[in-house]
Design a binder for this molecule. Structure first.
Ligand SMILES: [Fe+2]
Ligand SMILES: [Fe+2]
Length: 209
């Protein structure tokens, strides 16, 4: 693809992510237990809020990978980013579907989160492939920990959300491993801390808005 094609493709990715127009290539992860009684109101609201936070995370994943694929000049690395991005598209579609089922809605601030994550992805990409990969490793590891936290907090009876979060967590771990294997550098501790602080702002806000 020419540079112009790639910019158009990045714009298309953004519009799809924000319009909820993405389709998953893989089926929705099946719950470990067949659906039983409907969730009570408090559980449904909590699960809706947590899955909205996860949906925001996946909106940001689209933006990050899209920006980093745009920034790299290495075709093999671009392919690796695009492959991970396709799995992130599954995550986005799954969390969207679950939000719908829970009668919840995506974050109203998604355009803002997308723009911020895209800018960060471009900056990481500009700093060179190994830094860009280091940024992916750290992001994916933090997301993996965050998703483990949600497995602890999601209502025990919400097997449908749990199945989605568990599969996402496994995929994020794989994305981190792949980025590590591709030559990621370790980011400095203050950068990691700043990333955690930014993620905290995002997840706290997305719980409500
Ligand atoms: Fe993801
Ligand atoms: Fe990921």
């Amino acid at each position: 693809m020419s540079p112009i094609d790639r910019i158009i493709s990045a714009a298309d990715t953004a519009l799809r992510a924000l319009a909820g127009a993405d389709h998953a290539a893989r089926p929705l992860p099946a719950p470990a237990v067949p659906p039983g009684e409907a969730l009570d109101e408090a559980s449904r609201r909590l699960a809706g809020a947590l899955m909205r936070v996860n949906h925001v995370g996946e909106v940001c994943a689209q933006a990050l990978y899209s920006a980093q694929a745009l920034a790299t000049r290495n075709p093999a690395l671009r392919q690796q980013f695009e492959k991970a991005a396709r799995e992130e598209t599954d995550h986005l579609a799954w969390t969207q579907a679950r939000l719908d089922d829970l009668g919840s809605r995506p974050s109203l601030l998604n355009p803002l989160w997308y723009a911020g994550a895209f800018a960060l992805g471009l900056v990481a990409g500009r700093l060179g492939d190994r830094v860009s990969l280091g940024f992916i490793v750290e992001t994916e590891r933090q997301v993996e920990q965050h998703l483990q936290g949600h497995l602890d907090r999601l209502p025990a009876a919400d097997h449908a959300s749990r199945a989605i979060v568990a599969q996402m967590k496994a995929d994020e771990a794989q994305h981190a491993d792949n980025a590590q294997a591709a030559g990621a550098v370790e980011l400095p501790a203050p950068v990691k801390l700043a990333m955690r602080a930014a993620a905290k702002v995002m997840t706290t806000t997305a719980h409500y808005i």
